[in-house]
Every structure is written in C-alpha cells, then in structure tokens.
Design a protein around this ligand. Sequence first.
Ligand code: BTN
Length: 124
Amino acid sequence: ARKCVLSGLWKNELGSNMTISAVNTDGGFTGLYHTAVTATDKHIRVSPLKGSQKPTNQRKQPTFGFTVSWTFSNSMTVFVGQCFMDDKGKETLKTMWLLREEVSSPGADWKATRVGTNIFTRIK
Ligand code: BTN
C-alpha cells in the first residue's frame, strides 16, 4: 500500500481548510488553519498550527496530533488522528478534537471544553 502523507492542503466536512508543511525528520510540522465556523462572535482569521506525527516517514498510515492557536479568540483546539490511504489511493484524515475556551472562573470549567470529530480530504 502507498503511504499516506500529511503535508499539503486539506478540507473538512465543515468547509474548513488547512495547509500542512513538510514533515521534518523528527516528525514535526507546522501549518495554517482557516476555520469555516467559530463558537465566538469574532471575525475569523487564519491561525497557525503545530504538531507531530509518529517519527520518520516509515509509517504507512501515521498517527498525528496538532494544536491550533486561534489568533482571533482566546481558545485552543487540539486534534488527534490518523492518516488513511484507501485502495484507490484516496487519503483521509480521521480526527477527534477538543476545543478549550477561556472562562472567567473554575465554576465555569464544566462548560469550557467542546469535543467533536472531523474528517479531512485532500484538495488537489
Ligand atoms: C473559536 O471559535 O474560538 C475558534 C475556532 C474553532 C473552530 C472549531 S475547531 C474544531 C472544529 N473544526 C473546525 O474546522 N472548526 C471547528
């Protein structure tokens, strides 16, 4: 089977886009995330992401994680997932995410974290 490669341009089912740079020899990568939606009333801006995949390019269907530091809100999102290659050569990223917002007191902690899934496909 061919390798699933993380670097490139991806789109998810919400219409969000991200660009992932080349993965370095330690498995590290950076990129840019353009979300289509927001939990805030702020104006959406492209935000940086930073992550890593399992070291080296040996893995055919690598697991990975990355953090998006939103430039337009006080929140962070962490994604974790796996890059899959189907038998037609189509790549998908199956992910789960946690979105943490800043709340004013520990009493509001219970409502500060959202969870969800996203599936990304490569934009050619
Ligand atoms: C915010 O609303 O504070 C920042 C934007 C959060 C966008 C979330 S992250 C998980 C989900 N997947 C996306 O592509 N966008 C939303």
